[in-house]
Design a protein around this ligand. Structure first.
Ligand code: ADP
Ligand code: MG
Length: 691
């Protein structure tokens, strides 16, 4: 392990003040420029000052990649192994132990931990880090932690850290708690705007980097792009361009990508200084805007775009689109150039765009996301007197979005008609999956297709199984789902990989990422363990102990027949995401109130067609996305007979009762039982019990 010496950072001058303030107050807000040392140092200060004697320090991060990289950094500064005194916990990867005193974790994991231990008794201090990012989970944690802090028995301390100046909003939320400010040590950054928007910002970014490289003095370059694919493209273009440079005319260039699903080894390289005489160029997603600080950056290239999720509760349309950044983001990005010495920022858009077109601030995620998972979580916390519609949010989401979430949860059987979480809903919340997939696993356990469903869910939970090369060209030697869609294709693929002895060479030949498949196997193992906890409950209630046996024997027949139990389970989990083909052509109409005409996305595994060239009558889908026109993605063929009872459920649903009447929604429901006494399953695991 390379051991890092702790650098002297602006925050070090405030060590005593921070520790003192934390000891005197239950909550404080800490504001400091990015790179001032909030994320890596404050936990260490508090650890040294003895705050870890009766509990851990938990530091939340909105991004998985940040939690992992920062934990490594802190472990290395303290000279310990990751997983010992300093550890991290992100979904499907827990690197902590009994010894762990400082734990970096994603905000989603902390929210999940609240389910099992509502008082967060393992922690003495929670640092809600990167609060300025306003991620959905951090926003929910704000409300949950506030309730916890107000309880007279709680000794938990809270530190909210942020890079931008929303300090009063945060401090007011916690009843006017103290605000500490760490002055930044930012050098001036010269900002240059393009005269007009380029036709291709990717080309323009590459051009600008080459220009800086040829004409400007030493210093590393940071380029902001929107996603993995774009970043890989830019890296390739830059590499090609560098090859054409005449030997000796320029210094060398070290080009490094940085995005969320990058393997850990590659992430580490980002932080190493470039060798002497070499210029480092980091091509990054938004993660480099505030979560991760790379030293030595002198030039920033900012095309002014970011990839952002946008959910429309009226249509159920989820778009992951490239949108202009906000002015706050533009300022943050520019600031990355002035950390070590005066820098320069090249904005690939005109000054007038900055002044008049960019939105002033980024809309918090809670106001532009599907809240299905978040609402299930809140309801499952069984907070006394909780009323989701009147929950204390930092910025309340649109009422419509909450209503939509309640309706979706009802369709998934996660809440009953009175809005109370059902025993099934409680189990769904316990699984580390979004509600639809959680429902699939629980349905599969009942239908005897758990084995297959675990594989499919695990495969869906990990990114990048296909290498870029193979993505468009899956036909031929790789399984294609036999016309049933993505899920069956993923199942077949995983099985082939197992049959090939999980051989990395086989993966290379087939254009598959061995690392992703290994990760899927690990995820599968964890999911199996998580579901078996719930299955124990069922064994207790007199069901067959191992229904998987059955599916193992069902080896004869066509793929279509063999996968009936799997596809049925999927159909139940995606009951609110079904689409029916038009009678005469291959367009689909989505079910539900705001039905839409959609097409199957071209990336989907081939779906079977009948003699008339028509696609299956019914499919389920995961996402409704709008690019040039509305598409459904991750489709799977299902049968009308399975759909009928599910669709009928929506008829006569009293939305008012579900979402509009706080009197019923607000009633207290104890763990494992509904306040109305209906559908009570007392055998549900007691992990959610309250004080
Ligand atoms: P802040 O949270 O205030 O933005 P950080 O604590 O993240 O600041 O960063 C402080 C310094 O620690 C950075 O300037 C950088 O030099 C260093 N650093 C942070 N993370 C890493 C990492 N993963 N690897 C190497 N150095 C890092
Ligand atoms: Mg930070």
């Amino acid at each position: 392990m390379e051991e890092a010496s702790a650098p002297v950072l602006p925050i070090h001058a405030f060590e005593e003040e921070i520790c003192h303030s934390v000891s005197k107050n239950s909550a404080i807000v800490l504001i400091g420029e990015t790179g001032s040392g909030k994320t890596t140092q404050v936990s260490q200060f508090l650890h040294k000052a003895g705050f870890t004697k009766d509990g851990m320090i938990g530091v939340t991060q909105p991004r998985r990649v940040a939690a992992v990289s920062v934990a490594r950094r802190v472990a290395s500064e303290m000279g310990v192994q990751v997983g010992a005194e300093v550890g991290y916990s992100v979904r499907f990867e827990d690197r902590t132990s009994r010894q762990t005193r400082i734990k970096y974790l994603t905000d989603g994991i902390l929210l999940r931990e609240c389910l099992a231990d509502p008082s967060l008794s393992q922690y003495s201090v929670i640092i809600l880090d990167e609060a300025h990012e306003r991620s959905l989970n951090t926003d929910i944690l704000f409300g949950v932690l506030k309730r916890l802090m107000l309880s007279p028995t709680s000794k938990l301390k809270l530190v909210v850290t942020s890079a931008t100046l929303e300090e009063h909003k945060f401090a007011d939320f916690f009843g006017g708690c103290p605000v500490l400010k760490v002055p930044g040590r930012l050098h001036p950054v010269k900002i240059m705007h393009a005269l007009e928007r380029p036709i291709s910002y990717l080309e323009s970014a590459v051009e600008t980097v080459m220009d800086i490289h040829a004409n400007e003095g030493p210093g590393d370059i940071l380029v902001f792009l929107t996603g993995q694919e774009e970043i890989e493209k830019a890296v390739k273009k830059l590499t090609d361009r560098v090859m054409t440079l005449e030997q000796g005319t320029c210094q060398d260039m070290l080009i490094l990508p940085l995005y969320g699903s990058l393997p850990p080894e590659a992430q580490v390289r980002i932080f190493r200084p470039a060798p002497p005489g070499c210029r480092k160029v980091v091509v990054a997603t938004n993660v480099a805007e505030t979560s991760v600080t790379v030293d030595g950056i002198v030039y920033v290239v900012d095309p002014g775009f970011v990839k952002q999720r946008q959910y429309n509760p009226q249509t159920g349309m989820d778009s992951l689109g490239v949108v202009p950044i906000s002015r706050v983001q533009a300022v943050q990005r520019a600031g990355r150039a002035g950390r070590t010495r005066p820098g320069q920022c090249y904005r690939l858009y005109p000054q007038s765009v900055f002044d008049h077109e960019l939105p002033p601030v980024t809309l918090p995620e809670i106001q532009r996301s599907s809240l299905t998972g978040a609402v299930l979580h809140l309801k499952s916390l069984s907070l006394p007197g909780l009323d989701v519609l009147h929950f204390e949010f930092l910025d309340p989401p649109p009422r419509e979005a909450l209503g939509d979430a309640l309706r979706q949860l009802y369709l998934l059987d996660a809440i009953d008609a009175d809005g109370d979480v059902t025993p099934l809903g409680r189990k769904m919340a316990d699984l580390p999956l979004e509600p639809h997939l959680a429902r699939v696993l629980l349905a599969a356990a009942d239908l005897g297709s758990l084995d297959e469903a675990l594989t499919v869910t695990a495969m869906l939970s990990c990114e990048g199984v296909f290498t870029q090369r193979s993505d468009g060209d899956r036909g031929g030697s790789l399984p294609d789902g036999d016309g049933l869609g993505d899920h069956v294709m993923l199942l077949q693929l995983y099985r082939r990989w197992e049959k090939a002895g999980r051989d990395p060479d086989w993966c290379r030949q087939k254009g598959l990422q061995a690392r992703s498949l290994k990760f899927a196997a690990d995820v599968r193992r964890q999911l199996a363990a998580a579901v078996s906890k719930e299955a124990d409950v069922r064994n207790g209630s007199g069901r067959e102990p191992d229904r998987n046996q059955k599916s193992e024997k069902r080896r004869d027949g066509s793929t279509e027949e063999r996968t009936v139990p799997l596809r049925k389970a999927l159909c139940i989990g995606f009951a609110n995401k079904l689409a029916r083909r038009m009678t005469k052509h291959n367009g689909y109409r989505t079910m539900g109130e705001k039905s839409q005409l959609v097409q199957v996305h071209p990336s989907n595994a081939r779906l079977q067609v009948d003699d008339d060239g028509l696609l299956p009558e019914w499919v389920l889908y995961h996402e409704l996305v709008a690019t040039s026109r509305p598409f459904i993605r991750h489709c799977c063929k299902v049968e009308g007979a399975w759909v009928d009872p599910l669709v009928r459920r929506t008829e006569g649903l009293d939305l008012q009762r579900l979402s509009g009447q706080p009197a019923t929604l607000g009633e207290e429901a104890g763990p494992g039982e509904s306040a109305k006494g209906a559908k009570v399953d007392r055998s549900v695991s007691g992990s959610g019990s309250q004080k």
